[in-house]
Design a protein around this ligand. Structure first.
Ligand SMILES: [Fe+2]
Ligand SMILES: [Fe+2]
Length: 208
């Protein structure tokens, strides 16, 4: 797919390793595809997909410095998760260095690793494009790809169940934004199913 943002493509090629550059193009393409399915703005999806990992190859020390100098507040869990710093730093890069002003595009970059409560359609599209791009290869990638084309919330919930479960199993801290995103989606699903109290939870609670 030829991009409408050749100057940003050149910039991304310069900043990233060849593998991450290809990943960025794949995410851009997948974001446009998902935007087409769900009616998100294809130009914004293309731009956010292309730029989402702009800081992925930057030294974590530099990323932390730039976060500490910024208007972004860091929790202890944020500080303990250097693998996530490139997302808010990508947001700062797009906003402050590239002068991008579109809040939805900026937030799609900022929350592409954690998600958050109240994600916009574009944010969901970019989050899932990153997870299901052509270069991704994990055990149930086909299932997540298919789900992401049918139901964005279901695909997000499924991926968060897996990601958060994995972090808990490893004894790693959880991000507030991911937890809030998970809770919102899980509650929405329970309400839809007519089980807002969660019978399983009530049962488990009664046994304690
Ligand atoms: Fe990323
Ligand atoms: Fe990515």
């Amino acid at each position: 797919m030829k991009t409408h943002y050749p100057e940003y493509e050149a910039l991304i090629r310069e900043r990233l390793t060849p593998k991450r550059y290809r990943h960025s193009l794949n995410v851009m393409e997948r974001a446009v595809e998902l935007a087409g399915i769900f009616g998100a703005d294809p130009c914004k999806a293309e731009l956010a997909g292309l730029l989402h990992d702009a800081e992925k190859s930057t030294d974590p020390k530099i990323l932390l410095q730039s976060l500490e100098k910024s208007d972004i507040l860091l929790s202890d869990a944020d500080r303990a998760s250097p693998q996530l710093w490139h997302a808010p730093c990508g947001y700062l890069f797009a906003r402050d260095r590239l002068g991008i002003q579109d809040a939805d595009v900026l937030n799609a970059i900022r929350y592409h690793t954690t998600g958050r409560a109240g994600m916009s359609l574009l944010e969901k599209v970019v989050y899932l494009a990153d997870l299901t791009s052509a270069d991704r290869d994990f055990s149930d990638i086909r299932k997540v790809r298919k789900l992401s084309e049918q139901d964005l919330d279901a695909a997000l919930l499924y991926s968060l169940q897996f990601i958060l479960g994995d972090l808990v199993a490893q004894g790693q801290p959880l991000q507030q934004d991911s937890l809030a995103c998970y809770n919102q989606l899980a509650l929405k699903k329970a309400f839809r199913a007519g089980d807002p109290g969660g019978k399983a939870n009530v049962r488990a609670g009664a046994e304690r």
